[in-house]
Design a protein around this ligand. Structure first.
Ligand SMILES: *Cc1c(COP(=O)(O)O)cnc(C)c1O
Length: 363
């Protein structure tokens, strides 16, 4: 399950990861939800940025509670925390299965129980270890349905220390479903008076105080991604994706570029071929639409993105470009949000899709 970036690729793409910006985003989230504890979601290799380095930064920021999706991710995180002599609670969203119970115990992980079935498995343990309970308030994805809540609350041997739910529409703070879920959650949370309550991921954390409860669980905002359908200027960019030019060429009007010849030059065109492709996580859906900044000016992707290469149209560049120059696809002038939009995807998918070939360089 551990997916540590393996390469030390010095001729290909890399992502600069500004750990100081993660710390700044911690401070921003804490200031936005001053009454709540800020837990950190570090699932999926800390959104592709590297679990070990990100978790160390969060420990330095005094983060005491983490969330992952799988128990294997939790076990990896426990090793990182132990190596720092850091003690923190690690909650596992996907909850326990008979075959993962041993891992929960050996790595001291706390499950998020998502059903009566999971709650029953956990309650059968002798030691009464604590657990979170996820109640589905309308997302209809993961979490116990309302019809199971009473039966779960009545189980003996269950020690629920956190009750949580998840907003379906936090990307749009004006969406009516946010209030519906919030009010339903507030009502059900009262049935668990000894548990802390948590509703909000990044989006709700940056919404008003009614959404904050006792604990917020941001992920993408820590990593500089807007959780909203618009850019979020309160967050500092964390990741900068860079790739070098490997070849330059000039083509005549009527010539085409790349697979399927989907770009056809209308005029004499200068191209920079860059070492980045969908194999590195640059979505093929950015073909013809994504942009990069190179030598201080923007260039659009010409034609189809291939596995290892992208062609940029640099015809309008005033300054000369040479092999080895660096194109920046997101993180500075082009925000992660804007880059995701130009690829018809989300900041989440761009970050978590960064391939193993993309060297992670920590600043
Ligand atoms: C992934 C996840 C989060 C974090 O979401 P962000 O939008 O990245 O802040 C929080 N809660 C649950 C249940 C999740 O699955």
């Amino acid at each position: 399950m551990s997916r540590h970036p393996s390469s030390n690729n010095t001729s290909g793409p890399w992502v600069d990861i500004n750990l100081g910006a993660i710390a700044a985003n911690c401070a921003t989230l804490r200031a936005a939800a001053p009454g709540a504890e800020m837990a950190a979601v570090v699932k999926c290799n800390a959104y592709g940025l590297g679990l070990a380095a990100v978790a160390k930064t969060l420990v330095e920021q005094n983060c005491k509670t983490f969330f992952v999706a799988y128990p294997e991710e939790g076990a990896d995180l426990r090793k990182v925390l132990n190596s720092r002599n850091a003690n923190a609670a690690i909650y596992v969203f996907n909850g326990p299965l008979p075959q993962t119970m041993a891992l929960f115990q050996s790595a001291n992980l706390t499950p998020v129980l998502n059903s009566l079935e999971q709650a029953t498995i956990w309650a059968a343990q002798p030691d009464g270890a604590s657990a979170a309970l996820h109640i589905d308030t309308g997302m209809n994805r993961l979490g116990a349905p309302l019809s199971e809540v009473d039966a779960i609350a009545a189980l003996s041997g269950l020690n629920i220390d956190l009750v949580m739910s998840h907003l379906a529409c936090a990307s749009d703070p004006a969406h009516a479903k946010n209030d519906e879920q919030r009010n339903l959650f507030a009502r059900i949370a009262k049935d668990f008076p000894r548990a802390r309550a948590s509703l909000s991921a990044s989006g709700g954390a940056l919404m008003d105080a009614r959404f904050h409860f006792d604990l917020i669980r941001p992920g993408v905002a820590l990593y500089g991604g807007s959780p909203f359908d618009v850019d979020e200027p309160r967050l500092k960019p964390v990741a900068v994706l860079r790739a070098p030019v490997v070849q330059l060429r000039d083509i005549a009007p009527g010539e085409t570029v790349g697979y399927n010849a989907s770009f056809k030059a209308a005029a004499p065109t200068r191209l920079a071929t860059v070492a980045l492709g969908y194999g590195d996580g640059m979505p093929i859906s950015g073909s013809g639409s994504a942009q990069a900044v190179i030598a201080g000016a923007r260039a659009r992707v010409a034609g189809r993105i291939s596995m290892d290469l992208i062609s940029l149209d640099i015809s309008n560049h005033k300054s000369p470009i040479k092999t080895g120059d660096i194109a920046i696809f997101f993180g500075e002038e082009i925000s992660l949000f804007a880059a995701a939009k130009s690829c018809n995807t989300s900041a989440y998918e761009l970050l978590t899709g960064l391939g193993d070939r993309v060297d992670r360089r920590y600043l």
